[in-house]
Ligand binder design. Structure first.
Ligand code: NAD
Length: 348
């Protein structure tokens, strides 16, 4: 296969950065976009000079000139569009999370087993250069035996109106942001034996984000078979820009990865600059502007890898298959149950 013909479903935030990355990858050809909003799809089509634009994502998947459907719509639609695309024999990239209900998650797995297409679960943390370097250090024994990890993604609240409703998002900050550290730690250690979750109650009982039905703070402990414990967090109560941090503690040392504020740039500006980091409220005073978030957050490596699998037969990276997406969602579902029932939930 010389070229992979791609249709992007969802023309806003995630659709935009996927498109910006696809433009830079040889052999990737985005031929169409779909968005229910006419304004959004028309602007996207014009900006990127695309041949076709559709309304609903289920229309785009009928297009015979598309090999790969790149799903960048709100969480509750991931399963529906992925299943329809796989039934049509297309390959699929599914943005996080895998699904919003266990029922949907099972249906995606059933469709995937019967499909001729490939399924790619898009957990970008697996492709973050700094975390890939960290893994080499861990694998070389550089910090000895591992026993404790921490991973978090936190900011001041999703920009997407869909993220405010549990029906559309599947929960709150835990499923939306905690999903990254959970997916990444699952890639490192497999399925935890048991999990314990804690969340703010949602709605007007949240700490800050009263207009989010789901929790604005979620935390969990994952207990792995090898004795390793991991603390994961997602929250919408953090000011000053999106903060993604991983820490690993070992018998001979430790690692701390500052994914979003670890920029080599420090800028002081009296009037502010064009952009610093995702979700930063303002850019005047001291900032640590990202050099290139598509690179530092792993998006470029991620999409280039998926294309390499389809085009050049590369072996698919661990943590990106349907089973990994399913398992990650199962952990999230168990963390929510743990919080509701105020007990640790076994996953064995
Ligand atoms: N990996 C990451 O770091 C990352 C970052 C941001 C978003 N995401 C994921 O990407 C997905 C989209 O998030 P977003 O921030 O771009 O949301 P968004 O609200 O900015 O955009 C979603 C778009 O989907 C469109 N849409 C809704 N239903 C549709 C349908 N049936 N067919 C076609 N289009 C439809 C909406 O009109 C909207 O333009 C979410 O699942 C989110 O979790 C991942």
């Amino acid at each position: 296969m010389n070229k992979v013909r791609i249709g992007i479903v969802g023309a806003k935030f995630a659709g935009g950065f996927h498109m910006d990355v696809w433009k830079t990858i040889p052999g990737a050809e985005v031929t169409a976009v779909a968005d229910l909003s006419e304004e959004a799809r028309t602007a996207f089509r014009k900006k990127y000079n695309l041949a076709k634009a559709y309304g609903d994502g289920t229309e785009l998947i009928q297009d015979p000139d598309i090999d790969l459907v790149d799903i960048c719509v709100p969480n509750f639609l991931h399963a529906k569009i992925a299943i329809a695309a796989m039934q049509g024999g297309k390959s699929v990239i599914c943005e996080k999370p895998f699904a919003t209900t266990m029922d949907d998650a099972h249906k995606v797995m059933e469709a995937q087993v019967k499909s001729n297409g490939r399924f790619f679960y898009a957990e970008d943390w697996i492709f973050i250069p700094a975390l890939q370097r960290m893994e080499k250090i861990l694998n070389s024994g550089g910090i000895g035996d591992l026993f404790f990890l921490k991973g978090k993604e936190v900011h001041n609240g999703s920009h997407s109106p869909f993220a405010k409703k549990i029906e559309y998002c599947g929960g709150g900050a835990l499923i939306h942001l905690g999903v990254h550290s959970i997916g990444y730690f699952h890639k490192l250690f497999g399925m935890p034996e048991k999990v314990t979750g804690f969340c703010s109650p949602g709605g007007d009982r949240n700490f800050i984000q009263k207009d989010f039905e789901g929790e604005d703070w979620g935390m969990g402990v994952l207990h792995f078979k090898n004795g390793v414990k991991a603390l994961i967090e997602g929250n919408y109560i953090t000011t000053g820009g999106m903060e993604d941090i991983v820490e690993v503690y070992g018998s001979e040392g430790r690692v701390r990865v500052d994914i979003t504020f670890g920029s080599p740039l420090s800028v002081f500006s009296k009037k502010g600059i064009d952009y610093a980091v995702e979700k930063a409220e303002f850019t005047h005073g001291w900032t640590r502007p990202a050099v290139d978030e598509n690179e530092s957050l792993g998006y470029r490596n991620e999409l280039a890898h998926f294309l390499g699998v389809l085009k050049d037969g590369q072996e698919q990276m661990q943590g990106t298959d349907a089973q990994s997406g399913f398992n990650t969602f199962r952990i999230i579902d168990a963390l929510y149950r743990s919080n509701r029932e105020e007990r640790t939930i076994s996953l064995i």
